[in-house]
Design a protein around this ligand. Structure first.
Ligand code: ZN
Ligand code: ZN
Ligand code: ZN
Length: 258
């Protein structure tokens, strides 16, 4: 890449987060900060720009913690609540940047976003502030954002076709249970690969540790990070059982892409 790209993990947890409400298990009561996982999201920083992937219900806290001062575009992988419900909290970025924020989503996700945040898209004069967004549909073709090309990568999340994204030598594939054969071609020659690895036990809509290890073996990126992790995995112990080129992502992790 012609310029450095930094990925910040804003959240590495599954949909309910870790600790999970009401749970007293070893991981939910762990004092290791890496076992504290907010809902899944990354920030991609380059050339003074920030591209956000998903707006989780924890977005406000994540933005404060990571000291995010601007958001230049938002990509949505899909419109499940754990990836979407923080969208209203982008308003301070509208104020600071004095403009709309472009958002990118595939047609079914964009429809769900419009439904979930109906007030945002109503063309009415109002006395209160709502997020100011500029919607763009992802049609599968790569698109350029501020000099970096983003390739939507089709994956299956249960039976739902959703997207991960490749940008430069990095790819972020959160929620998925299957990577279609045709998507493997988009994932060659990676430096960094993020993969859903919910837990050890099978799940109908998510990848597991075992399955994602197989994906890493096949794609052979330089480094892989597992994310969207539930409380079945304690960071230290789970990571000690992984191959050296695979680590568990954790909230606050920053990675420079080669
Ligand atoms: Zn999710
Ligand atoms: Zn627990
Ligand atoms: Zn999901």
């Amino acid at each position: 890449m012609a310029f450095p790209v930094k990925i910040t993990v804003l959240g590495s947890g599954t949909s309910v987060g870790v600790p999970t409400i009401g749970c007293h298990c070893d991981v939910c009561t762990s004092t290791d900060p890496r076992d504290n996982r907010m809902r899944p999201s990354i920030l991609i920083g380059y050339e003074g720009r920030n591209v956000l992937v998903d707006t989780t219900p924890d977005f406000r806290t994540q933005a404060l913690r990571a000291k995010i001062e601007r958001v230049d575009a938002i990509l949505f992988t899909h419109a499940h609540a754990d990836h979407l419900m923080g969208l209203d909290d982008v308003r301070p970025f509208n104020f600071r940047q004095k403009g709309r924020i472009p958002i990118y989503a595939a047609p079914p996700a964009m429809e769900a976003i419009r439904r979930s945040f109906q007030y945002v898209f109503e063309e009415v004069e109002r006395a209160t502030n709502v997020p100011k967004l500029d919607p763009h549909l992802i049609d599968g073709a790569p698109f350029d954002l501020f000099g970096l090309e983003f390739h939507p990568v089709p994956v299956l999340h249960g039976s739902a076709p959703i997207h991960g994204f490749r940008f430069g030598a990095a790819a972020y594939l959160t929620d998925h249970s299957e990577i279609p054969e045709s998507s493997y071609a988009l994932l060659q020659g990676l430096d960094v690969l993020f993969l859903d690895a919910l837990r050890y036990k099978p799940h109908p809509t998510h990848s597991t540790v075992e399955r994602s290890i197989k994906t890493v073996e096949r794609l052979a990126p330089q480094r892989a990070y597992f994310t969207h992790i539930c409380h079945d995995l304690g960071h230290e112990r789970a990571e000690s059982m992984l191959p050296q080129n695979i680590r568990l992502a954790y909230d606050g992790l920053e990675i420079e892409v080669a």
